[in-house]
Write a protein that binds this ligand. Structure first.
Ligand code: ATP
Ligand code: MG
Length: 254
């Protein structure tokens, strides 16, 4: 990161880019992950690069759902491992969730490296590596459909970030509650998920850890109330209205 000037106005964003590039050079971020990151950055501009109220509401419902779940799983890919490894492990601990490596562009080498990163961050167990990914998601083809029979396959609630729309839809069709972190509110993942957190994983994960610490002391009834009062269509609409008003405001401020 030594090449990033200390006083650069977008220093944070540049450091994050470097993490993704380092992940690529280390062989665990897929080249396509770089393109996905760029797409994410674009949408992040449109929400002012901040965790907005619609994301906070989705985060609360998401964390409550994880705490209420019988078999919660956090699904991890290369970009997530590059950006928020420590927060993934913390959130898994706080919500009793399993951690599973789940790659769109699956190779054993990348799986192993991601598992290694998560273990370094303190994970005791990481599912989905090698032969562990022996169950299959119906309706999907090739390596994209392979999941762990102890993890995503039997999960009732799955938290995922930067996921493909097809796979999100397939998981929902299997009857799972899917919590998606996706900066693009009109991606198929965002539209198909049960709970959509329109925010950057960089900000959403630490926020989820913070909220999990608060919510884990609440009663089952209180958590159920949070989940019951949540409406994903409303949240998606709120995020789109926000973007539209934000752009109007920017145009007036010129
Ligand atoms: P879909 O398949 O859901 O229609 P897509 O094909 O555009 O969408 P994918 O590559 O399948 O996208 O998934 C990546 C998604 O993750 C994109 O919507 C992108 O905006 C989003 N994204 C990228 N970086 C981040 C990030 N740091 N935090 C949250 N979301 C991100
Ligand atoms: Mg896609």
């Amino acid at each position: 990161h030594s090449l990033i000037p200390e006083n650069h106005p977008r220093k944070e964003s540049l450091i994050i880019r470097e993490k993704i590039v380092d992940g690529l050079l280390d062989g665990y971020v897929a080249p396509q992950g770089l393109i996905a990151h760029g797409r994410g950055e674009c949408f992040d501009y449109l929400i002012g690069e901040k965790t907005q109220e619609f994301a906070i509401k989705a985060i609360k419902a998401g964390v409550a759902s994880l705490l209420l779940a019988k078999n919660p799983v956090i699904s991890v890919n290369g970009n997530m491992a590059a950006l928020v490894p420590n927060e993934i492990v913390k959130l898994a601990e706080l919500t009793n969730a399993k951690i599973e490596v789940n790659l769109f562009y699956r190779t054993i080498e990348r799986e192993r490296k991601i598992a290694e990163i998560l273990k370094k961050a303190g994970a005791k167990e990481v599912l989905g590596v090698d032969e562990d990914a022996s169950a299959t998601i119906p309706e999907l083809f090739s390596e994209r459909r392979r999941v762990s029979p102890r993890g995503i396959y039997i999960a009732d609630v799955v938290l995922l970030g930067l996921e493909d729309g097809d796979r999100t839809e397939a998981l929902v069709k299997m009857g799972k509650k899917v919590i998606a972190i996706d900066l693009n509110p009109i991606s198929r993942t965002s539209q198909k998920a049960s709970i959509t957190i329109v925010d950057n994983v960089i900000r959403a994960f630490p926020k989820m850890v913070e909220i999990a610490k608060e919510l884990r002391n609440k009663s089952k009834e209180e958590l159920e109330q949070i989940v019951k009062n949540y409406n994903n269509k409303e949240i998606l609409a709120e995020s789109l209205r926000f973007i539209s008003n934000y752009l109007l405001q920017l145009s007036r401020d010129l």
